[in-house]
Ligand binder design. Structure first.
Ligand code: XMP
Length: 327
C-alpha cells in the first residue's frame, strides 16, 4: 500500500477523491456518524472536506482551540466551515484550560506532554457530549506513518511530534483517508476540493503551537506579544512575495530582556527572535538569507508597534546543529 503512489503515472487528485469518498461510504454505515479533529492545517481540513462529500451532515469536526494558535487562525478555520461545509463545526474554546495546565511549566517536553494529554481530554469530553459517533477520521499522512516507525523499515524519528494524535483507547473505529499520501499530493487533493490557497500553502505548524515558541513558562501576556510580532513577520514575508520559497518562518518569545531606548529613556524590554528556514522535509534546514531591508522593516515595525519589545534578533543557525523550533 505504502508503495502505491510511486511510479503510478495515473494517480490523479480527482480519482483519489472518488476512491476515498467511496471507501468512506462503504465503511460508515447508513445511520452512523463520524467525528474528526480539525487543527486548521492542510491534512485535517482535507479530511473534513472528504467527509463532507462522503457522509454529508453525518459528521462533526471538533476544533479544539487551545489558545496557542497564531493571530487570526481560529477565525479563519471557523469561517471556512461556516461558508463551505455541511457538517457541524464544534469549536471548543479551551485556552484558559491549557494555560492553567501549563502554569509554571518550563521544560519543553513537559509542555508537549501536557498539551498532548489535555488535547485528548478536551477532545474526548467533546466527542462524548456529542454522543453518537462510531468513527474517528484522522489526517494521518504517509510521512507521519514513516516517522512514527509504523511504515516498512521505519524507525521512530519524531515520536514526540505526534502531539494531537488521538489514542486508540478513545474507542472509535479509525478512518485515515490520507495514510498513503505525502504532503504534496494532499495539497493537490485539497486544491481539487476547492480549499483556499491560504490553507493549502500554510507552513507547517507544531501541534503544541506557540507554547514551544515561548521559551520557558507560557503566559497570556507573552503569547499576546509573540502573536503580534509573528503576525508582523508573516505580513512582511507575504508582502515581499517570499512565502512560497520558505519552509517555515516565525517569531520566538525568547524570555531574554535587553536594554533599549524608548522616547529618550532607558527601556528594559523583551527580545524577540525571528527564524526563517528553507528545507524540503524538515529533517535538515538552512537559515534563510532574507534581504536585509526586509529584516530591517520587520525589526522597526515590531519594536515600533509593540511597546514591550526592545530588540529583534535573527537566527542564523541551520539544522543541524540547530533544530527548526527553539524548544
Ligand atoms: P524541529 O524543531 O525538530 O522541527 O527541527 C521539525 C519540524 O517539526 C515541527 N515540530 C513539531 N510538530 N509537534 C508537531 O506537530 C511538535 O511537538 C513539534 N516540534 C517540532 C517543526 O515545526 C518542524 O516543522
Amino acid at each position: 500500500m505504502i508503495m502505491a503512489q510511486s511510479g503510478s503515472g495515473e494517480w490523479s487528485p480527482r480519482k483519489f477523491i472518488e476512491e476515498a469518498v467511496g471507501k468512506i461510504r462503504r465503511t460508515v454505515g447508513a445511520g452512523e456518524r463520524v467525528v474528526c479533529a480539525l487543527s486548521g492545517g492542510v491534512d485535517s481540513t482535507v479530511v473534513a472536506f472528504l467527509l463532507d462529500l462522503a457522509v454529508g451532515e453525518r459528521y462533526a469536526a471538533i476544533f479544539v482551540d487551545h489558545g496557542l494558535l497564531r493571530q487570526g487562525e481560529a477565525e479563519e478555520v471557523a469561517s471556512l466551515f461556516e461558508n463551505r461545509l455541511r457538517g457541524r463545526l464544534v469549536r471548543v474554546d479551551a485556552a484558559a484550560r491549557f494555560l492553567e495546565a501549563l502554569r509554571g511549566v518550563t521544560d519543553p517536553e513537559a509542555k508537549r506532554r501536557i498539551i498532548g494529554a489535555e488535547f485528548i481530554n478536551v477532545f474526548r469530553e467533546t466527542a462524548l457530549a456529542l454522543g453518537d459517533a462510531a468513527y474517528l477520521a484522522q489526517g494521518t499522512i504517509l510521512s507521519d506513518v514513516v516517522e512514527s516507525g509504523a511504515g516498512p523499515g521505519g524507525v521512530a524519528i519524531k515520536a514526540h511530534h505526534n502531539v494531537g494524535g488521538l489514542p486508540a483507547e478513545l474507542g472509535f473505529k479509525l478512518i485515515e483517508p490520507l495514510r498513503d499520501l505525502y504532503k504534496d499530493r494532499v495539497r493537490q487533493v485539497g486544491a481539487e476540493l476547492g480549499i483556499p490557497e491560504a490553507i493549502l500553502q500554510r507552513q507547517p505548524f507544531p501541534g503544541p503551537g506557540l507554547a514551544v515558541r515561548v521559551i520557558g513558562e507560557v503566559t497570556a501576556e507573552k503569547l499576546a506579544i509573540l502573536r503580534q510580532a509573528d503576525a508582523i513577520f508573516r505580513e512582511e514575508i507575504a508582502a515581499a512575495g517570499l512565502a512560497r520559497q520558505l519552509w517555515q518562518y516565525f517569531a520566538i518569545f525568547t524570555g531574554v530582556r535587553a536594554v533599549g531606548m524608548r522616547e529618550g529613556r532607558r527601556h528594559y524590554g523583551e527580545v524577540i527572535a525571528l527564524r526563517a528556514v528553507v528545507s524540503t522535509d524538515a529533517m535538515t534546514a538552512g537559515w534563510a538569507r532574507l534581504p536585509a531591508d526586509l529584516l530591517e522593516k520587520v525589526s522597526q515595525r515590531i519594536t515600533g508597534e509593540i511597546p514591550a519589545v526592545s530588540r529583534v534578533v535573527y537566527d542564523i543557525t541551520s539544522k543541524p546543529p540547530g533544530t527548526i523550533e527553539w524548544e
